[in-house]
Design a protein around this ligand. Structure first.
Ligand code: ADP
Length: 168
């Protein structure tokens, strides 16, 4: 059965099979965690992303990790928060689920997620953490031997505390 773990830190430094990027639909790079991942991976990453023809919200695509410690980067697109009546909760859950499904297809056994949509996309952090942990727990319950660890990498104290309370 997979372990769900929580740390405070920088996702680009994680030694896991795959890290997840909170990308935008173009997949051509951006700010926040996306910018940090592209900077750490080097220019090979944007070249690989250019071949993917973007990614719809709630879906996921995969590339190599280039200069990162992780073999793969899984690029997913979380929803922009528009107040909660625009399918945001389902789309956020889909982003986690699509990332995990793709990970399993590539034999990924350890995976790290950032707190998708909780930066410039403005998703309320408490609700996002609830959706993330519930979606991941349900996935690992349904695929009990597929993954060894799902790590939630929190960059800010607020998310770190929220995830610790939910995982405890
Ligand atoms: P989104 O557009 O999905 O909101 P952001 O990159 O703005 O994406 O923020 C998503 C989350 O990633 C935020 O909680 C932000 O604090 C966090 N974050 C930013 N840089 C890093 C990093 N290097 N490692 C892990 N998390 C990060």
């Amino acid at each position: 059965m997979a372990k769900l773990t929580v740390i405070k830190g920088d996702i680009t430094l994680q030694e896991v099979d795959a890290i997840v990027n909170a990308a935008n639909t173009s997949l051509l790079g951006g700010g926040g965690v996306d910018g940090a991942i592209h900077l750490a991976a080097g220019p090979g990453l944007v070249d690989a992303c250019k071949k993917l023809n973007g990614c719809a919200t709630g879906e996921a695509k995969i590339t190599e990790g280039f200069r990162l410690q992780s073999q793969y980067v899984i690029h997913t697109v979380g929803p922009v928060w528009h107040g909660g009546n625009d399918n945001e909760e389902l789309l956020l859950s889909n982003a986690y689920h699509s990332s995990l499904s793709l990970a399993v297809r590539y034999g990924v056994r350890t995976i790290a997620f950032p707190n998708i949509s909780t930066g410039v996309y403005g998703f309320p952090k408490h609700l996002a953490a609830q959706i993330a942990t519930e979606t991941v727990q349900r996935f690992v319950d349904e695929h009990p031997s597929a993954i060894d660890e799902v790590r939630f990498v929190c960059f800010d104290e607020e998310n770190y505390n929220l995830y610790n309370d939910l995982i405890a």
